[in-house]
Design a protein around this ligand. Structure first.
Ligand code: CAA
Length: 379
């Protein structure tokens, strides 16, 4: 397998790294403290076409590679992991639901084109209060009425929910059939009966807006059913496979950001008459962490290669598990290495540690990733 970046991939990586350094880094502390959606920055980055990067030009995307998208999420997340998940949910979960669906090309274009340059933003509505890890426990229902479907139910933990122009809602058209009776719809902001519920107050990724979404007799045109009854659960699962690659890229970005911060600190911080990187315990720990991060990176690129070949459930689960565990491990150690300073906001690693935690939880907990991987071992 060849993981050398192409010219296009290297260019996108550099573009995202420049945006992270010049636009995100200077205000990250204030934006994390305020916990508000970064509207202006979201729009500015959107001018690059990054949100539709991996989607074909015929639907209004940029026609770039998944590797370019992964590099962009990683570079952004090194500096600002909240921005990383806003991006990943918009592209992988919302855009992925549309692109992986069997909707006609004009519907795909209608709902992808406006997100590419950040004019609109998307969200993904699968999780419910009683359907988290067990996504099949969905209770939201959709009933046909002429040329429309009428949706009722509640979703929760909807990243981008409060700001989304479009949300893909997964709902049961026949609850008796369980997952085999699930469909998916694009619901537009402002549709009567579609409301934002509680906006969550979170430990990390504080700028990402996460909320409940309520549906009360929400009428959706039949053409906005992107997965027919019976197709919805598989669409959600396939889309989450892609989303997990995005979260893996986010986790790897956090791990690399904390690693770089730790190296810089350990070279200049002197105790007992020498830089603390000369302490062999700390240096050996960094050697272990460098190896863990590199292993995770290779698993991520393995998942991207599998993605490009079309089958990537197990590879995505392994990448998500490895990269997000590396993020938690690296950020925890970076905070420890920096001692009292590491606990202080201006050293950044305490924020990275808070942001890392959710990467082990959302888009399938790491225990769910182990369930998926182990399920493939004993068939
Ligand atoms: N791709 C395509 N189809 C798939 C699939 C995949 N990756 N995984 C399963 N399927 C299909 C199966 O083949 C099966 O099809 P048949 O009925 O035709 O055989 C069907 O789906 C049901 O599969 P399972 O019996 O394996 O389903 P399950 O109910 O046992 O659930 C699970 C499996 C892996 C545990 C799944 O429920 C899961 O992934 N849970 C975690 C959900 C999750 O990640 N939620 C996060 C939501 S988003 C979020 O975090 C918030 C945010 O905004 C960031």
């Amino acid at each position: 397998m060849d993981f050398k970046l192409t010219e296009e991939q290297a260019k996108i990586k550099q573009m995202a790294a420049d945006f992270a350094k010049n636009d995100l880094a200077p205000t990250i502390l204030e934006r994390d403290a305020a916990g508000e959606f970064p509207t202006e920055l979201f729009k500015k980055f959107g001018k690059t076409g990054a949100y539709g990067l991996p989607y074909p030009k015929e639907v209004g995307g940029l026609g770039g590679s998944y590797m370019s998208y992964v590099q962009a999420v990683m570079e952004i997340s090194k500096v600002d992991a909240a921005f990383g998940i806003i991006y990943s949910v918009d592209t992988s979960l919302y855009g992925g639901s549309i692109m992986n669906s069997s909707a006609p090309i004009e519907i795909k274009k209608k709902f992808i084109e406006p997100i590419t340059y950040g004019e609109k933003i998307g969200s993904f509505g699968l999780t419910e209060p009683g359907a988290g890890s067990d996504a099949a426990g969905c209770k939201t229902v959709a009933v046909q009425d002429g040329d429309e479907w009428v949706l009722n139910g509640s979703k929760c933990f909807n990243t981008n929910g409060p700001v989304a122009d479009f949300t893909v809602i997964y709902a049961l058209t026949d609850p008796a059939l369980g997952t085999k009776g699930m469909a998916a719809f694009v619901v537009e902001k402002g549709t009567p009966g579609f409301t934002v519920g509680r906006v969550e107050n979170k430990m990390g990724i504080r700028q990402a807006q996460v909320s409940e979404m309520h549906l009360e007799n929400v009428r959706v045109p039949a053409e906005q059913m992107i997965a027919k009854p019976g197709e919805g659960f598989k669409l959600a699962m396939k889309t989450l496979d892609g989303g997990r690659i995005g979260v893996a890229a986010q986790g790897l970005g956090i791990a690399k950001g904390a690693f770089e911060a730790a190296v810089a600190y350990m070279k200049q911080r002197e105790q007992f008459g020498k830089p603390i990187c000369k302490n062999q315990f700390l240096a050996f720990k960094m050697a272990e962490l460098a190896t863990q991060i590199k292993s995770a990176e290779l698993l991520l690129y393995n998942a991207v290669a599998a993605h490009d070949e079309g089958r990537y459930t197990i590879e995505a689960a392994m990448a998500k598990l490895a990269c997000t565990d590396a993020a938690m491990e690296m950020t925890t150690w970076a905070t420890q290495f920096m001692g009292g300073n590491g606990f202080m906001k201006e050293y950044h690693v305490e924020r990275m540690m808070r942001d890392a935690k959710i990467t082990q939880i959302y888009e399938g907990t790491n225990e769910i990733q182990k369930l998926i991987i182990s399920g493939s071992l004993f068939r």
